[in-house]
Design a binder for this molecule. Structure first.
Ligand SMILES: Cc1cc2nc3c(=O)[nH]c(=O)nc-3n(C[C@H](O)[C@H](O)[C@H](O)COP(=O)(O)OP(=O)(O)OC[C@H]3O[C@@H](n4cnc5c(N)ncnc54)[C@H](O)[C@@H]3O)c2cc1C
Length: 379
């Protein structure tokens, strides 16, 4: 009988494993993943500054210290408003083949048993869960990503299409003239919300990609590959990409309840991706940590403690991004927000916090953006 079985070894699953062992070193913790690590994951590889605080909490403050921090962020709004500034706290760009494998290694070093295993069935009993008829655990963390099998097995439907995005990522060589110390996000009016990014890694290459909402992709009537690859090439013509790979992003306005009984959903399986930026690693680390805590600190059903932890850590932020995602359906709202950020550095910092961390929007700022939006004719 395992104290905790975790399904999925991405950032969410590893965070749960690391936290459980950190709090209760004698806990029996099993981590199952259908893949062997290192494994690739379609991602922008952007590790927000906020993630480093989570890594520190997990006892891994130097996990990515050998990667160079990126000091600047440039954002171009759908209407062409441009803001470029030094970020208050630098972000990192670390390929997921490296980042995720390091987390799994750290969990293994802490005494977590890691097994390659694709989970197909779950059976709930009074005080434990049986996985695939062979593994029994008192608590289960479902960290199996955007197309979560476990979420389906416990009867929670997939995120509705209107709250699902799709994005393709690749790698490109950076021309010498390009700014190697700035992350670029270039939004696109056509098919809005849609944007391309270029995130330099620090070795002369960059992670580049393009993402949009699934219904907008379907509305084009064209094959997904043609649209995603085409738009990426159109928006970043000087950065031809290789190793293109796409994946779904379940955005947080469509998030479900965070589990059933002894099964807790975390990270993408819980639909925890920022609807404004597509950032999900930070929420994966936070939710994984909280589920790991609940699993080893609660004697019975861990779900209520996990739900309380999530609400406390992310509740206000998620309500803020729910409202902003609604307003951001109008590209003019984003033009107004970025226009305000271009004039006031504190607004830029705040928007970064909302887009990459657990930030919220104070009323005076909401009013300043809404006023600009109205003056622009509420496009
Ligand atoms: C193109 C793209 C770009 C993105 N860019 C960024 C970015 O720059 N920064 C950012 O913060 N976020 C970004 N995101 C979001 C980010 O990738 C996710 O939020 C993050 O990976 C979530 O982590 P996770 O641990 O929940 O899931 P995952 O990282 O997807 O891990 C899930 C794990 O579960 C395993 N698994 C799945 N099914 C089973 C099964 N049945 N049995 C056993 N194991 C299973 C998989 O093998 C996988 O290892 C991007 C997403 C996409 C698609």
């Amino acid at each position: 009988m395992w104290d905790l079985a975790i399904i999925g070894g991405g950032p969410a699953g590893s965070a749960a494993a690391l936290r459980a062992k950190q709090l209760r070193p004698d806990a029996r913790v099993l981590l199952l993943d259908k893949a062997d690590f290192p494994r690739d994951k379609a991602c922008g590889d952007g590790i927000a500054a906020h993630c480093r605080e989570e890594l520190a909490l997990l006892g891994l403050p130097d996990l990515i210290a050998d990667y160079r921090p990126v000091q600047r962020l440039t954002v171009v709004s759908p209407g062409g408003v441009r803001v470029s500034a030094t970020v208050a706290r630098p972000n990192h760009v670390v390929p997921r083949t490296v980042f995720d494998a390091r987390l799994v290694d750290a969990a293994r070093a802490r005494g977590v048993e890691v097994r390659r295993h694709r989970v197909r069935t779950l059976d709930a009993h009074d005080d434990h869960i049986v996985i695939d008829g062979t593994v029994a655990a008192r608590a289960v963390v479902a960290a199996d990503g955007a197309n979560s099998t476990v979420r389906r097995l416990i009867g929670i439907p997939a995120t509705p299409e209107k709250h699902t995005a799709i994005a393709v990522r690749g790698y490109a060589d950076l021309p010498a003239a390009d700014d190697d110390d700035a992350q670029l996000i270039a939004m696109q009016e056509d098919g809005w919300p849609a944007y391309a990014w270029s995130f330099p890694i620090g070795d002369g290459t960059a992670n580049v990609g393009f993402g949009m909402l699934l219904p907008r992709l379907h509305a084009t009537g064209l094959p997904g590959r043609e649209v995603l690859h085409g738009r990426l090439a159109e928006l970043l013509p000087h950065l031809p990409a290789r190793d293109l790979r796409a994946h779904h992003l379940p955005l947080s306005p469509g998030r479900p309840r965070p589990g059933v009984g002894r099964v807790m959903l975390v990270g993408d399986a819980a639909g925890l991706i920022n609807p404004l930026t597509g950032e999900g690693i930070y929420y994966a680390l936070v939710s994984g940590r909280l589920a790991g805590e609940a699993a080893v600190q609660t004697a019975g059903d861990p779900l209520p403690a996990y739900r309380r932890g999530l609400r406390k850590a992310l509740g206000r932020h998620l309500r803020t991004t729910d409202v902003l995602a609604w307003a951001a359906q109008s590209s003019g709202f984003i033009d107004a927000a970025i226009g305000t950020a271009a004039q006031r550095k504190e607004v830029f910092d705040l928007l970064v916090d909302v887009g990459l961390g657990a930030g919220t929007v104070p009323l005076p700022l909401a009013w300043a953006v809404a006023r600009r939006w109205l003056l622009n004719g509420k496009r």
